[in-house]
Ligand binder design. Structure first.
Ligand code: C2E
Ligand code: MG
Ligand code: MG
Ligand code: MG
Length: 282
């Protein structure tokens, strides 16, 4: 009888929907396997001060799915958020990032760098997140003051009190927050006052158009001025051309990242490139 019902239902079920559901289930299973197999790898993109000295790095996750081509975060972060996998994935990324910070602490060059980790709004919504972070910091021995969590403006569409409360809990552990892709989302200048932020990241769409349209250049200058008023650090992202770097330098932008200056690379390569020789790597 149940079987007959099942068959009945199937008649009204669009087979293409079944395909899509199967594909999602398979993708989710592959991601779970990938997590337990350690296929989610940390890449690091260097960040530089206006004089070109490396001052930090941003962690950017990639999925090395077996022998396949490397998969970028735009291909799986959204899915991870919908499926809830973002919580274990985010925790993995944070733990590996903190392990790196703890290693770096022992190296004269790397020990001075800050490390920025992207955090999803879903992680910020989780009441257990601050305790999980405290756990990771304690377990790895990472210096919390080197860790920056990057949030996008989408967190400000959430319950303000809940999010600010959680940010304060994390800040009390010594961690700092950056606002990523600034100027592209739910921008309200009120947020700059209400949330405990330490840095603004100028979205790469504005940097891209610096030489192309005067409006973008003005926006970049305005964001730098705003950051200065609010005593926030500023990081420009997506610097690809010398003219963009020069414009940002002249405008007093204190730090930047982009393909012109350094590409995202496996964390071991980053340590090799920017550390003193001899930092051990298993
Ligand atoms: P994002 O945080 O704004 O990261 C910057 C993105 O710009 C990265 O793309 C980086 O590779 C790329 N990029 C850096 N410099 C340049 C440049 O000069 N030109 C151009 N065209 N692009 C540049 P990626 O690695 O594909 O990451 C895309 C987004 O995925 C990130 O944007 C971030 O929102 C998200 N993401 C990456 N890693 C994580 C993670 O560990 N957790 C979470 N929740 N999200 C992540
Ligand atoms: Mg980011
Ligand atoms: Mg960004
Ligand atoms: Mg982005």
């Amino acid at each position: 009888r149940a079987k007959a019902d099942g068959r009945n239902c199937a008649r009204f079920f669009d087979p293409s929907m079944q395909d899509a559901a199967d594909r999602r289930a398979a993708f989710e299973a592959a991601m779970r396997d990938g997590l337990s197999l350690g296929q989610f790898r940390l890449y690091c993109q260097p960040q530089f001060d206006s004089l070109g000295r490396v001052v930090g790095a941003e962690v950017l996750v990639r999925w090395q799915r077996g022998d396949r081509e490397l998969i970028g975060p735009d291909q799986f972060i959204g899915f991870a958020e919908e499926s809830g996998l973002i919580l274990p994935l985010g925790e993995h990324i944070l733990r590996e990032s903190c392990r790196a910070l703890a290693r770096w602490h022992l190296d004269a060059n790397l020990g001075r760098l800050k490390l920025a980790v992207n955090v999803s709004v879903h992680q910020m919504r989780d009441p257990r997140f601050p305790a999980a972070v405290a756990n990771i910091l304690g377990g790895t021995g990472a210096p919390p003051e080197r860790l920056y969590l990057e949030l996008t403006e989408s967190v400000f569409a959430e319950d303000m009190q809940e999010i600010t409360g959680r940010m304060h809990e994390l800040c009390s552990q010594g961690i700092r927050f950056s606002l990523d892709d600034f100027g592209t989302g739910y921008s309200s200048l009120a947020y700059l006052k209400r949330f405990p932020l330490s840095a603004l990241k100028i979205d790469r769409s504005f940097v891209r158009d610096i030489g192309v349209d005067a409006g973008a250049a003005s926006i970049v200058e305005a964001i730098i001025a705003l950051a200065r008023k609010f005593k926030l650090e500023i990081v420009a992202e997506g610097v690809e051309f010398e003219a963009q770097r020069a414009f940002l330098f002249d405008g007093g932008c204190s730090s930047m990242q982009g393909f012109l200056l350094g590409r995202p690379m496996p964390i071991a390569d980053f340590e090799h490139a920017y550390g003193t020789a001899g930092i051990g790597h298993a």
